[in-house]
Design a protein around this ligand. Sequence first.
Ligand code: SAM
Ligand code: SF4
Length: 322
Amino acid sequence: MLDSFGRKITYLRLSITDRCNLRCRYCMPEDGVPPTAHDDLLRYEELLRIAAAAVSLGIDRFKVTGGEPLVRRGCVDFIQHLKALPGVRQVTLTTNGLLLPLLLDELCTAGLDGVNISLDTLNNEQYQRLTRRTHTANEVLDTVRLCAARLPTKVNAVLLPETADQLIPLAELAQTLSIDVRFIERMPLGAGENDQTIRADAALDRLRAHWPDLTPVNQPRGNGPARYFHTPDMQGCLGLIDAVSHSFCDRCNRLRLTSTGLLKPCLCYEQGVELRPLLRGGADEAALRDAIRAAILQKPAAHCFQQRESITEHKSMNQIGG
Ligand code: SAM
Ligand code: SF4
């Protein structure tokens, strides 16, 4: 379906939990967020009903996210059921990777189409400082290698001043492995809303200085707003997601559903359509479809990350799903 600005909405991010086994500084407060009451969380059957209604409006690609989606029991079965829904074309997952080695076989069997693994640094000490936990970047890197052999795999790294020395080492992963490495501007939301980002253009200048033959990839790649670049000796591509410094809102194709059932038209604003009362109040598929249509029609022309005083979203990223 088209929104009020003529944009085709085809992609829904489904957050299935706000819990996480890490505490990344730019995403979550050190003590976590107050736990969501179990009953407030959408059940998997409810998520599947929403997905089916979304499909009927032309949304056929889904990203399962969180918090850390793999900490929620039953996540793999949910992915299998989601992928099996008629009309669903693609189901991918975004994860910190820690539980992936345990679940990778099952996820492949469930029909998962791809995985994004968040890894902001290859330096173990930096990783532990950033995530406030004792896991290591080496563990995650081993998982990236494991996944790259089985599934379309992307590494996502947030552009942080404290990990500036990691830009080239992370980008080199696209040379040695058949994966895309994407660098994302840190958005002024959640725990680190006043922290700085490295601008994507500055990152691109440094990548170009290292790889003078870096050229833009012109054909579409993935569902998102990344600008991709490539050199002949790279197996994968490098991506830049300049969510803050350049608005790519004119190409926005997505909605986001929080784990408690708020359907968000835009990352930047707190407004949305509450689906949980509908689901639990006996709404049929037509009513759900109308609610999703209403959220699509509420999509604003653009986000407001450049004018921070206009940001009305105060939830942290683990509550929104990234
Ligand atoms: N736990 C999973 C993970 O880390 O991939 C999924 C949820 S996490 C909220 C989704 C994505 O949001 C991650 O790639 C994370 O780096 C990104 N993220 C979190 N806070 C962010 C921020 N303030 N700016 C930009 N990206 C952020
Ligand atoms: Fe957890 Fe992902 Fe947020 Fe890190 S970015 S705290 S892994 S939800």
